[in-house]
Design a protein around this ligand. Structure first.
Ligand SMILES: O=C(O)CCC(=O)C(=O)O
Length: 247
């Protein structure tokens, strides 16, 4: 698939993928930084939680989320994942696109916990410029068995669904018909790109290894500034912030 077709797919369906954003050695280098933070609960405290809910109550983390890991480990920002994903994000949405935030999401072995269907825009304030793209980079081989991403084609008639939060500060979720959802297995270093309004989900990890992903979220620089002026820097607690989109 050419770059042009990937862009057309992204704009029409709300998602696309690359077999290889990163070379094998680049993926290994990134994993070294990733694993250090994943193992360090004290360094990541405050930015770390369980998307499944309940991680801060002494339970085993099932879906570990670390927000803004590059605040703790600035070396991440120099990794080619960031510059290459930005180049793609600008190609998909325009030259004014910049990095808003990064995050790690890991599904630990045998935790069998799905990330429920949701739209990322539900987490964000309602912004006048709605362009946004998340680059989800696989650091392991990802399959339906360990939690690869699934997508539903974007519906321009129904931009945002009502969302609710899982108990104990867990992920946001919404009701949807997932019959036409498509799974996106990837090799390490491959990635998907999805729009902020695209419905997505991943199954639980039923394998004996980790399912590690780095996620980079991009949007117009002016919208990043708007969020920061309202104190939104993606380090705080999860909330359904975009209730007014349909009004
Ligand atoms: O990694 C996952 O399971 C979910 C990722 C996700 O929801 C996202 O990147 O927006």
């Amino acid at each position: 698939m050419t770059r042009k077709i990937k862009k057309e797919n992204f704009l029409k369906r709300g998602y696309t993928h690359l077999e290889s954003l990163l070379a094998p050695q680049e993926t290994k280098d990134l994993l070294t930084l990733y694993d250090e933070l994943l193992a360090d609960k004290s360094k990541t405290a405050g930015l770390r939680s369980d998307l499944a809910g309940g991680g801060d109550q002494g339970n085993v983390e099932r879906i570990t989320q670390i927000m803004r890991p590059s605040i703790i480990e600035p070396k991440l920002l120099a990794h080619p994942a960031y510059s290459r994903a930005l180049e793609w994000a600008q190609e998909l949405l325009g030259k004014d696109i910049a990095l808003d935030f990064d995050m790690f999401i890991n599904k630990a072995p045998h935790t069998n916990t799905a990330t429920p269907w949701h739209q990322d825009a539900a987490y964000w304030i309602n912004m006048p410029d709605k362009r946004a793209v998340s680059c989800w980079i696989a650091l392991d081989q990802v399959s339906e068995e360990n939690g690869c991403m699934w997508f539903i084609d974007k519906d321009p008639e129904n931009p945002i669904h009502p969302h609710q939060a899982l108990p104990n500060g867990g992920a946001l979720y919404c009701e949807t018909d997932a019959n036409d959802a498509l799974s996106m297995p990837l090799s390490p270093g491959g990635c998907t790109f999805h729009d902020g309004f695209t419905l997505h989900f991943s199954r639980g990890n039923i394998t004996s290894s980790q399912r590690r992903a780095l996620i980079l979220n991009f949007r117009p620089e002016s919208m990043i500034q708007l969020q920061r002026s309202q104190g939104i820097d993606h380090t705080g607690k999860r909330e359904f912030r975009n209730k007014n989109v349909e009004e």
